[in-house]
Design a protein around this ligand. Structure first.
Ligand code: SF4
Ligand code: SF4
Length: 140
C-alpha cells in the first residue's frame, strides 16, 4: 500500500486553516472515494456550537457563516470508521452509516490478515500467520 507523502492543499476553511485532500489516501488498498463513510448533519438538530468543525483534525467540515452552522464540505477526508464528531455532538445532530458496513469492508478486504502481517515482526509470530488465513476465522 503506497501513499503520497505530501497531500494536495485544496483550500482554507472559515478559520483560515489549511485543508488538505486526504481523499487521495486509500483505505487498505481501497479507493477512499469508493467508501461511503462520512458524517451527515441534521441542521434542525444542530445548535451551531462548532465543536465538530473545530475538533475534526481532518477538516471534513467548514463553517457556513450565513447558516451559522457547520457543513460537511470534504466528506472523503473523513477517517474511515471514525465517529468522534458524532460522539461529541451535544445535540446528536451528526449521524453515520450503520457500523455493519465497516465490518463488511474489513471482511471483504482481508483487513485483519493484512494487519497481522504488519505486526508480525513485533509479536514474533510470522510462522503462525497461516493459522489465521481468512477474515471469517475472526468472525466465528
Ligand atoms: S457539534 Fe453538533 S451541535 Fe455542535 S455544530 Fe456540530 S453538529 Fe452542530
Ligand atoms: S468522524 Fe472523525 S474524521 Fe470524520 S468528520 Fe468526524 S471527527 Fe472528522
Amino acid at each position: 500500500m503506497s501513499e503520497p507523502k505530501d497531500f494536495p492543499i485544496i483550500g482554507k476553511d472559515a478559520l483560515k486553516r489549511e485543508v488538505k485532500d486526504l481523499s487521495v489516501v486509500s483505505w487498505w488498498g481501497v479507493d477512499r472515494k469508493e467508501i461511503e463513510w462520512y458524517p451527515t448533519i441534521d441542521h434542525d438538530k444542530c445548535a451551531g456550537c462548532g465543536l465538530c468543525f473545530v475538533t475534526c483534525g481532518r477538516r471534513v467540515f467548514d463553517f457556513d457563516k450565513q447558516l451559522s452552522k457547520p457543513v460537511v464540505k470534504y466528506k472523503y477526508n473523513c477517517l474511515v470508521g471514525c465517529q468522534t464528531c458524532a460522539n461529541l455532538c451535544p445535540t446528536n445532530a451528526i449521524t453515520f452509516p450503520d457500523v455493519s458496513i465497516m465490518k463488511k469492508l474489513v471482511a471483504k478486504n482481508n483487513v485483519v490478515k493484512k494487519s497481522f502481517e504488519i505486526i508480525a515482526p513485533i509479536i514474533g509470530c510470522e510462522d503462525n500467520l497461516s493459522s489465521k488465513e481468512t477474515e471469517s476465522d475472526f468472525n466465528k
